[in-house]
Design a protein around this ligand. Structure first.
Ligand SMILES: [Zn+2]
Ligand SMILES: [Zn+2]
Length: 377
């Protein structure tokens, strides 16, 4: 069906604006509904639309680019009914038409339009180990779903949705004025129904006329291994339901990870600090370290220095892709308080650190140790 706007107005693609206007005036008189012999309301509307588009350089440019079929399908989104698939294909186009053509592309307002539901975000708090190992977690959501009592229309089901009496369901009102061009019919959106063509005399009691209600439900969420504080999971179409058959929005899950008493995360590594006594540092010590993958024997060699970091390779976070971090053990050496040191030992230490007595202490078991350090200075 060729209803190309250029053909409709009987002009060439590169015609002047003056020619366009002249042809439009002639045809408008011919098809005007008031004209008893040749009047045709449908044709009158069509040439009006064609003229609106072609006389505006911006709209004309879009029309030339997408062609008549593209224009018709982009506009069809407003039409409701079976046009949804093509409307989806022309999603981007729809925006162009909405911007450039305003309501000229269709006859129905947003009330009947397919509408994507809004996204929702929840905050989910995880234990340290839950974040490390992932797994299934039940989450509670409270999303908007379409009201079943009124099928999302918002109208009391016993009364239903009525045709707007102001516009008889067309969604637009006409105003006829006289001008030098002859009779002009101005078409505008119906103020009573905002262009939807329908009114709701009595709102649905279940949803207070909103068409949607909030519903709490539980979802089983799969948490991947090794998720981090502040990361966000997206669950497609688990947000609020869409209106008029539109898709649901997405559910965003913002993750917060509770701190652990002993462990700290840094990407895939797990950090832990332990305290040992100065005696353990001097003599060496064997430990059992609890990692997230179970306990692990660690040998601290004699003479260990404070703040030494021991790495337990791949005992950190292990991802499914084979990547893993380390368990990093930082060893703090604690110096005991004087009162906790045996008196004999304190006496020995006093003797050894007194420079005047140095030579007299050759018999001390520490003599070699202190002397060696002094020689280094
Ligand atoms: Zn309802
Ligand atoms: Zn109306």
């Amino acid at each position: 069906m060729t209803e190309d706007f250029y053909a409709l107005l009987g002009v060439e693609r590169n015609c002047s604006l003056a020619d366009l206007k002249q042809n439009y005036k002639r045809l408008a008189r011919q098809y005007h509904p008031d004209n008893k012999e040749t009047g045709d309301e449908n044709m009158f509307k069509k040439i009006g639309e064609a003229y609106t588009v072609l006389s505006d350089p911006q709209k004309k440019a879009v029309y030339d680019r997408v062609g008549h079929e593209g224009y018709a399908q982009g506009g069809a989104r407003y039409g409701g009914g079976g046009a949804y698939n093509s409307a989806e294909m022309f999603g981007d186009l729809h925006d162009v038409f909405e911007t450039l053509f305003g309501s000229s592309g269709g006859r129905r307002s947003r009330r009947n339009m397919r509408e994507r539901g809004s996204d929702q975000q929840i905050v989910l708090e995880l234990e340290f180990l839950e974040a490390a190992f992932g797994g299934l977690k039940t989450i509670k959501i409270n999303r908007l779903i379409n009201c079943t009592a009124c099928s999302g229309t918002g109208a009391d089901p016993t009364v239903g949705v009525k045709t707007c009496t102001t516009c008889q369901g067309s969604g637009e009102v006409k105003r006829v004025t006289q001008s030098f061009l002859g009779t002009i019919t101005q078409v505008s959106t119906c103020p009573t129904c905002s262009g939807s063509g329908t009114i709701i005399p009595s709102p649905c009691k279940s949803c207070s006329g909103k068409g949607q209600i909030r519903q709490a439900s539980d979802l089983e969420l799969k948490i991947p291994k090794g998720v981090e504080e502040g990361s966000r999971l997206v669950w497609s179409q688990k947000g609020n339901e869409g209106r008029n058959g539109g898709p649901a929005g997405d559910l965003y899950i913002l993750l917060q990870v509770k701190p652990h008493a002993r462990f700290k995360r840094d990407k895939l590594d797990i950090h832990e600090e332990i305290n040992i006594s100065v005696w353990q540092a001097i003599l060496g010590h064997n430990l059992e370290i609890e990692t997230i993958h179970g306990s692990q024997a660690v040998e601290l060699k004699a003479g260990l220095q404070p703040n030494t970091v021991i790495s337990l390779s791949s005992y950190g976070i292990r991802l499914d892709n084979g990547q893993s971090g380390n368990h990093l053990l930082k060893v703090n050496v604690q110096i005991p308080h004087k009162k906790d040191v045996p008196k004999e030992l304190l006496d020995l230490m006093k003797q050894e650190t007194d420079p005047e007595k140095e030579d007299k202490n050759n018999s001390s078991p520490f003599a070699n140790f202190f002397r060696r350090n002094k020689d280094k200075e």
